[in-house]
Design a protein around this ligand. Structure first.
Ligand code: ADP
Length: 498
């Protein structure tokens, strides 16, 4: 039940109980006023009766006009009072007594009239004085007796009325006690209801909020009542649940962030280590290839000198050995030259400049002139853009890719086409050939230094060219890849930011 409904019910019950208490008071008041009116009337009868007795005695003594008249008046007054008593005193006992009082009063009136008459007759002389005195004495005694009887009846009436008043008083007391008990019961019931359906749930709500405010978001208030406080409790539980899930996801997020930061730090450290070991490696390659050049040159020139000097004296085997040595020295020179070039990509890099890629391609072709002529290759190119690059290094890229396209030619004369495409802020350069092609599973491997797919006897080379191209392209912020199928030619792509 809603609190509003409960309050309405309490107000209704309070109105009923209040009305009952008020009517009890009103009824009691009416009862007591009625008793007071009855007793006042009886008091009036008693007083009049006593005054009549006094006036009667006074008249007997002096036989004057005044007490006689006043006795008559009081008797009339008493008759009127008895008339009123007839309506005021309604109890059967009272009515019964009234019925007896009225003739008694009438009787005193008759006796008093006869007394007056006897006295008059005696005074006029129509009645003998002695006889008159005897009759008067008799009438007087009779009158006194009747008056006393009347007084006794009036006192009885008073006693009955007093009893009636006491009965009314105790009935009123019982009723007042009942309404007091009803009021107390109602107050206690209201208190119990308020305590059970308002104070206790509010206390539970307060305790729940205290627990939750300490950070225990798993706590639930769990009010089941159907009223407004129950609504608040349920809303609070829902809010705590939402808060808990938000906190859980926030904690998970924090954990994730911490984990990611750790991974990032590890990655950063690994990158730094890699960079430093790369630098060491480049330095080593440079130093080794540079320092090897001099002894190699000596080996090559002295072997050649040996061959020239002892040409006529050497037999077939001697000449063969010398040729092997010269050949080895030449190959080693090429290897060392290539390694030097590779190691210089980082160390001898020039700052990037805006250059014309057409001019770069032209320079590369000039360097390849002998190979082009010897292989009768046809090289075509679309119009190339200007790019931000290190001209010497970009020349090396074109030179290596076109050189490979010629070197790894198939049975047909080599045809190479250089083109460029504009794609989402990047230039995509392509060098397409009609050579022997590459198996797709080797597409990544060939960019690793010293990785070759053929023996030296099949195709000469050091396995450094594509690794060098990759290094240069990446230094310029691009990527390099190949699309090819064996026997169907290859297309090498590399990108450069615009
Ligand atoms: P090298 O040319 O000295 O062998 P590279 O690094 O230039 O070394 O090339 C690595 C390998 O990739 C080559 O040995 C060759 O097998 C393969 N390759 C490179 N370019 C081509 C191409 N245009 N056609 C077919 N195979 C190629």
């Amino acid at each position: 039940m809603r609190i509003r409904t409960k309050l309405a019910a309490i107000t209704g019950a309070a109105a009923i109980v209040g009305l009952f208490a008020l009517s009890t008071l009103a009824w009691t008041n009416a009862q007591l006023s009625r008793s007071a009116a009855e007793l006042a009337l009886i008091q009036e009868l008693i007083e009049t009766q006593f005054e009549r007795a006094a006036l009667r005695e006074e008249y007997f003594l002096y036989h004057e006009e005044r007490p006689r008249e006043q006795w008559m008046q009081h008797t009339e007054h008493m008759t009127a009072a008895l008339e009123r008593a007839n309506t005021v005193l309604g109890a059967p006992d009272q009515q019964d007594l009234l019925r007896r009082i009225r003739p008694s009063l009438e009787k005193t009136k008759v006796l008093f009239a006869r007394l007056l008459e006897t006295h008059e007759m005696t005074s006029r002389g129509s009645l003998d004085a002695a006889q008159g005195a005897v009759i008067e004495g008799l009438l007087r005694s009779q009158l006194i007796l009747d008056a006393q009887q009347l007084a006794v009846q009036i006192f009885k009436l008073q006693a009955i009325t007093n009893r009636e008043r006491a009965a009314r008083y105790s009935r009123s007391q019982a009723l007042i006690l009942t309404s007091f008990l009803a009021l107390t019961g109602f107050a206690l019931a209201t208190l119990a209801l308020v305590a059970r359906s308002i104070v206790a749930p509010l206390r539970r709500l307060e305790q729940g909020i205290e627990v939750i405010s300490t950070g225990d978001l798993a706590h639930r208030i769990g009010l089941v009542s159907n009223d407004e406080i129950g609504d608040v409790g349920r809303a609070f539980d829902a809010m705590t649940e939402r808060l808990r899930s938000i906190t859980v996801s926030r904690d998970e997020l924090t954990k994730e962030v911490i984990k990611r930061r750790e991974v990032e730090a590890a990655l950063h450290k690994a990158n730094e280590d890699l960079e430093s070991s790369n630098k060491d490696l480049e330095q080593f390659a440079y130093v080794a290839s540079h320092d090897l050049q001099e002894p190699l040159r000596m080996v090559a020139s002295f072997t050649q000198l040996l061959a020239q000097r002892y040409e006529g004296q050497l037999d077939e085997k001697g000449r063969k050995y010398i040729n092997y040595a010269v050949d080895g020295a030449v190959r080693m020179k090429r290897l060392i030259d290539d390694l030097l070039t590779y190691s210089r990509i980082a160390s001898r890099a020039m700052p990037l400049q805006t250059i014309d890629a057409n001019a770069v391609l032209e320079a590369a072709l000039k360097n390849l002139a002998a190979a082009i002529e010897e292989s009768r290759a046809s090289i075509t190119a679309g119009k190339l853009p200007t790019v931000r690059a290190d001209a010497a290094q970009l020349t090396l890229v074109f030179q290596n890719l076109i050189g490979n396209a010629i070197k790894f030619r198939g049975p047909e004369e080599p045809r190479v086409h250089v083109a460029v495409a504009d794609r989402a802020g990047e230039w995509i350069f392509s060098i397409r050939d009609n050579g022997i092609g590459i198996k797709p599973e080797h597409a990544d491997r060939i960019f690793v230094i010293f990785q070759r797919l053929h023996t030296r006897e099949e195709y000469p080379g050091t396995g450094i060219g594509l690794a060098l191209c990759k290094q240069v392209v990446e230094r310029h912020g691009g990527r390099i890849w190949v699309e090819s199928e064996p026997g169907k030619g290859s297309t090498f792509f590399f990108s450069m930011p615009q």
